[in-house]
Design a binder for this molecule. Structure first.
Ligand code: NAD
Ligand code: MG
Length: 375
């Protein structure tokens, strides 16, 4: 420690007896034992992580557990989206049983959204449910996937199609962990941060415009503030609608477009999820502006901000061939949020004013998505 103030802040997810704290700040992995100890029925935990995260952050976690006399078993899985599979779920579940995990024991997910989603799902089924804690190490997992209790894996039919709602007991979002995260992964998470401003918090979007450079440069206070605001936004939505019957759908701003673009690029490195969301949010603003719902200056501001962050914000920014407008619309129809064959769109009346709609003007949509060649 260098003597500067390194503060922690806490966001509460209000879900009655399933409620929990999200602690945000620097140095939390190295103090994990202190925060986990009060949650433990007995002094032992199982840690699930991936190879990359293990290299950077597992030693600090195990050292802290040792300090607090908490015994630990670890499993280190391959890094990457393909780990969210039935094969890895089987391996993890059987490993947890072999370590002797009991009802009331705690499993720790140390890693990004892949480890969090898989571990949460395994924890939800092992002995019909054991506790788990999230120690998210990517920006995306700190502001999004570790909060709200959606867990799961991918199947050959698509992404996140098997899973469960299982809330963690605690989330420790250590801002120091982000220092080892590659910039492209950082920015993919940043797209979700921007999303919270665009949904219902224009002041937060203004703040992001002012503080983008500090956030990118690694300023602890700015990053903590952005994460806290994001977690507060997600926590409020989750508390209002845990199982996505209504307002939780707002969190899908940019996602219907984004998922179609991810599918069109084969869920490959050409366009990672957060980048698809960035383009999707820009398209949602463009679409809303064309429908006369949103001032076009707001759409321009969104484009500018994403661009300045270093995120893609138009179809022309995506490498390689894309399907035509009809093809993209067909891919949107594959989205798991389709109900009775109707697309749900999150549109906007401006920055900070998103709303849910189920009737999309196909003609305008087609025109918008057909413009890549012209661009
Ligand atoms: P990820 O877990 O694959 O992490 C991205 C990469 O960064 C991995 O290679 C990982 O090993 C590496 N990494 C993680 N932390 C690091 C660190 N501190 N330093 C260096 N490298 C690090 O991906 P992600 O972007 O965190 O999460 C994506 C997943 O989250 C997707 O599967 C998505 O479906 C899921 N998700 C879930 C929810 C939810 O509500 N449950 C919400 C959004 C996304
Ligand atoms: Mg997302």
């Amino acid at each position: 420690m260098t003597g500067e103030v390194r503060e922690m802040r806490t966001v509460r997810v209000e879900l009655g007896e399933r409620g929990y704290d999200i602690h945000v700040g620097p140095g939390l992995i190295a103090q994990a034992g202190k925060y986990l100890e009060p949650l433990l029925r007995r002094a032992r935990v199982a840690i699930v992580t991936d190879e990359t995260v293990a290299r950077h952050h597992l030693p600090a976690l195990t050292a802290s557990l040792d300090e607090h006399g908490i015994a630990h078993d670890e499993i280190v899985l391959p890094a990457g989206e393909s780990t969210k599979s039935f094969a890895q779920l089987e391996k993890l579940t059987e490993w947890l049983l072999e370590t002797g995990v009991e009802r009331g024991d705690l499993v720790i997910a140390l890693g990004g959204g892949v480890i969090g989603d898989l571990t949460g799902f395994a924890a939800s089924i092992v002995r019909r449910g054991v506790d788990f804690a999230q120690i998210p190490t990517t920006l995306l997992s700190q502001v999004d996937s570790s909060v709200g209790g959606k867990t799961g894996i991918n199947t050959k039919q698509g992404k996140n199609l098997a899973g469960a709602f299982h809330q963690p007991r605690l989330v420790l979002a250590d801002t120091d962990a982000l220092k080892t995260l590659p910039m492209r992964d950082f920015l993919a998470g940043y797209a979700e941060v921007v999303k919270y401003g665009l949904i219902d918090d224009r002041d937060f979007f203004d703040w992001l415009e002012t503080n983008l450079d500090a956030i990118k440069a690694g300023d602890d206070a700015a990053r903590s503030y952005a994460i806290v605001k994001s977690c507060e936004a997600k926590a409020a939505i989750v508390a209002a609608d845990e199982r996505e019957s209504n307002v939780r759908a707002l969190l899908n701003l940019g996602h219907t477009f984004g998922h179609a673009l991810e599918a069109a690029t084969g869920f490959s490195n050409k366009l990672v999820h957060g980048e698809g969301v960035a383009v999707g949010m820009a398209l949602a603003f463009d679409y809303s502006a064309r429908l006369g719902l949103c001032p076009s200056q707001d759409a321009v501001r969104v484009h500018r901000h994403l661009e300045r962050a270093g995120l893609p914000c138009s179809l022309a920014d995506i490498p390689g061939p894309l399907p035509d407008a009809e093809g993209l619309i067909a891919l949107m129809g594959q989205d798991k949020k389709v109900v009775d064959g109707k697309l749900t769109f999150i549109l906007v009346r401006g920055i900070g004013e998103a709303f849910i709609t189920r009737d999309a003007d196909r003609g305008t949509l087609k025109a918008l998505l057909g413009e890549r060649e012209a661009a």
